[in-house]
Design a protein around this ligand. Structure first.
Ligand SMILES: Cc1cc2nc3c(=O)[nH]c(=O)nc-3n(C[C@H](O)[C@H](O)[C@H](O)COP(=O)(O)OP(=O)(O)OC[C@H]3O[C@@H](n4cnc5c(N)ncnc54)[C@H](O)[C@@H]3O)c2cc1C
Length: 269
């Protein structure tokens, strides 16, 4: 684990565009020298952001050890985000932020951040990784049928996955449930006949995060063959509930399931 962390790179990135995609999603396009060395192992590749202080000053973290050596009170908040697009040749990447109010440092920063502002990140870089890291999307090659379950924080990753699946030589059968706060958060995705895409829109202002995903998972019928792979990500308690339902009640083989809690209701990450 320590070796892995040592191989990650810390560098500054600067906002060069900020685009409101929908009521809940804002896309940040970042530029930085370090981006040219980044890589994504999978469409759900995550990176860490170190959130600037109240004056907008970006932290100066040099290594994981140095970060850990700081007093807890001095440590800049570190949050996890998905690389939505990576353009290393241009030293650019996009991250889609869910704006969920100003109670969390990352969301609060995203509300105020403007073009030219700098933030620090930790990312996976070329030539140091031999095995995929920083992602859970690792379907076996012979998979022909997929299930995706994601809330808004996991939608950047889920749409990246749909884009990857749309490139398969033989169109895979895919069922996707994507839960969002607002009807206009239904972002563009590729479509194909074997894709059943279900956008689940919460009641306006509802804080029943992931309940629609839980309901959908409970109604699901899983296929009766082994070439099946499910990827589920969202609020941690809900994902745990769905995971246990799929494995314990619906007998899904654990090897056919990738899951991750992306955030914890009522708790800072
Ligand atoms: C692998 C991975 C990839 C991720 N990718 C993305 C991504 O691409 N885009 C993205 O927006 N998020 C993504 N997330 C989720 C993001 O890291 C969390 O939402 C994080 O908590 C945001 O930090 P914060 O500082 O805004 O809030 P925190 O300080 O962590 O939390 C403060 C409060 O806000 C609440 N909260 C946090 N997130 C939400 C939310 N979405 N809706 C409502 N309440 C919330 C918490 O429950 C807590 O009460 C990802 C997480 C993981 C693990």
């Amino acid at each position: 684990m320590l070796e892995k962390l040592k191989k990650m790179r810390f560098f500054d990135i600067k906002i060069i565009a900020k685009t409101q995609l929908s009521p809940s999603f804002t896309r940040f396009t970042f530029h930085g020298e370090g981006v040219q060395n980044m890589l994504t192992h999978a469409p759900d590749q995550w990176i860490k952001l170190f959130i600037p202080d109240a004056n907008g000053h970006a932290p100066k973290i040099t290594s994981q050890e140095q970060y850990k050596s700081l007093d807890a009170a001095q440590r800049p908040p570190m949050r996890t985000y998905t690389v939505r697009h990576l353009r290393p040749e241009l030293h650019e990447m996009d991250i889609d932020f869910v704006i969920h109010g100003d109670e969390g440092p990352a969301s609060a920063w995203a509300i105020k951040a403007k073009i030219g502002d700098v933030i620090q990140m930790r990312a996976h870089c070329h030539s140091v990784f031999t095995k995929p890291a920083g992602c859970i999307w690792l379907p076996p090659q012979n998979t022909t049928e997929f299930l995706l379950i994601a809330d808004e924080t996991a939608i950047p990753a889920a749409i990246g996955i749909l884009e990857a699946l749309s490139q398969y030589k033989t169109s895979p059968k895919v069922t996707a449930y994507l839960e969002v706060p607002h009807k206009d958060d239904r972002l563009d995705t590729p479509v194909w006949p074997e894709l059943e895409l279900n956008w689940l829109v919460r009641k306006q202002g509802s804080h029943q995060y992931n309940q629609l995903l839980i309901d959908a998972a409970e109604k699901l019928e899983l296929p009766n063959h082994d070439n099946f792979y499910a990827w589920i990500a969202g609020e941690t308690a809900a994902i745990r509930h769905i995971r246990l339902h799929l494995t314990d009640d619906k007998n899904l083989n654990k090897e056919s399931l990738a899951f991750q809690g992306y955030w914890k209701l009522g708790q800072a990450q």
